[in-house]
Design a protein. Sequence first.
Length: 549
Amino acid sequence: MAHQQSPPAAFAPFQIPTIAPDATFREVRLILGDQLNHQHSWFRSQDPSVVYVLIEARSETDYVRHHIQKVIAFMKAMRTFGRHLSGAGQAVQYYTLDDPANQTNLVDTLSQLIDQVGATHWAYQLPDEYRVDQELKGLADGLRSKGIECVVADTEHFLTTRTELSEMFGSKSYLMERFYRKMRSRYNVLMELNGKDPLSGQWNYDADNRKKFDHKVMVPTWPAAYENKTQSIAETQSIEAMLAAQGVETVGRMPSGQHLDHPTTRVAAVRWLSFFVDKCLPHFGTYEDAMDGQHLTLFHSRLSFALNVKLLHPLEVVRAVETAYHRSQETAAPITLAQAEGFVRQVIGWREYMRGVYWAKMPDFGMLNFFGHKADLPQWYWTGKTQMNCMSHAINASLDHAYAHHIQRLMLTGSFALLLGVHPDQVDAWYLGVYIDALEWVMITNTRGMSQYADGGIVGTKPYVSAAAYIDKMSNYCSGCYYDKKKRHGDRACPFNSLYWDFYHRHEALLAKNPRIGMAYMAMRKFEPEELQKVLTQASIYKVSVNEL
Ligand code: FAD
Ligand code: SF4
């Protein structure tokens, strides 16, 4: 039966696409908030017997306390996507969070719609998160018993299948570098014409990409979100008001009357990518590991949200970088291979690799706690109120922008939590809540895996921890700090220093045999016993008074 859909193509800024209450459809297709893939084959044709559904689900806003900007970004991106589909002639039922017909749970709202429109079929794209995957499988089983057929589609986003990594390594150790080289060859990215060798003969320029920011290069100012300013801010404010009225609890800050710092539409994301390639790529690799008190983002792309909600395809991003690299070779300012390779490795290497680890190891991965850590996360992770300059900058930036770049996440907030021995559940909850790009598949593998070594070495080969020397080498934080970067104990001794040695000391039985850590134990053995005791005592004092640091 033909459906009646209202309204048709043109939408007022805040209009929410809905179907007529008595409309009927043969098939309901679910689009999750992180499945906003404009190029998906579902949308290549119009089938009047199909209705698409997007749901702002209370179960999703509440399963962890999210950053206010994260919730707004998801809802803005979903609403724009719903309008886009509807404008392109597809039937769309969009449920806002405050829609009285929207149930608490995503699955309940979906079942209700299937019933309402009399559908005999429903379809969903493979979810990226284990939790949602289980929910939708459960729904499919339940509906099948009532004669309603379910079709599962691929998201057409990732460059590997869910099971590829486990098939590649079997029961052997997972090696990111081997996987990455395979991806480069398969997708012919930065390769010689023979398709076998990497451009210039070298696969990895990691060693060249570790420079401190020297303030000699200008850091580009990002344009305001590339969106219709008035409309964008108004929609942000209306979603914010709705969240408050619905009592959704969030963390972080939302500066009033401002844009989000991340693109939430396809058009903005594509422009954002161009800006990154033109202005940031030439220095991306060089300063990839640098941290700076004046510049939060430096030359990083801030594309993670757009990628994770699928507004951008990973290959589209990688090809843009590759093309810019090749074109620049004919100009007076060629981009070096180290810049392009450094970026490509993150997207077709680390990002796909983490997804492979996730699907190979879940659900057990979510419970791993190799060190048996039990401590609480310091309270100031939620407020940014600490005298540690590096931590204050990374945490306040995260609370203000729902963003920090990789090294701030790994070597500041992550490393400090690991040194303290915080329970990985608390670390996961913080990262999952605070960052705009946080979805479990890519958060937990980075947090519990790479950062906390709670997986005992599946993702990384050693724990990423450091004392003040590394932070000072890679940033300008220490010069303005209340604490003394050179002191291991005593008045104003940098907490990273004593906690670093305390970490190695207490986990000697688990770590001493790791060949990548041997140097640390050799250095520790050179300490005079009295000095080591003072360092360990200092660490105990800091652990007891951690909320006052
Ligand atoms: P860029 O530095 O410009 O890198 C480009 C892209 O590469 C990123 O957008 C991202 O898609 C990809 N990428 C880079 N590093 C990684 C990585 N280690 N794993 C997966 N993809 C990567 N990334 C998330 O997308 N979501 C998370 O929830 C998340 N949580 C993290 C938690 C911890 C403790 C750590 C150490 C890292 C986490 N990362 C996460 C990875 C990485 O820090 C972010 O992807 C990156 O900082 C996003 O900023 P950007 O877009 O400017 O990245
Ligand atoms: Fe961070 Fe220590 Fe340096 Fe202060 S002295 S900025 S706490 S590393």
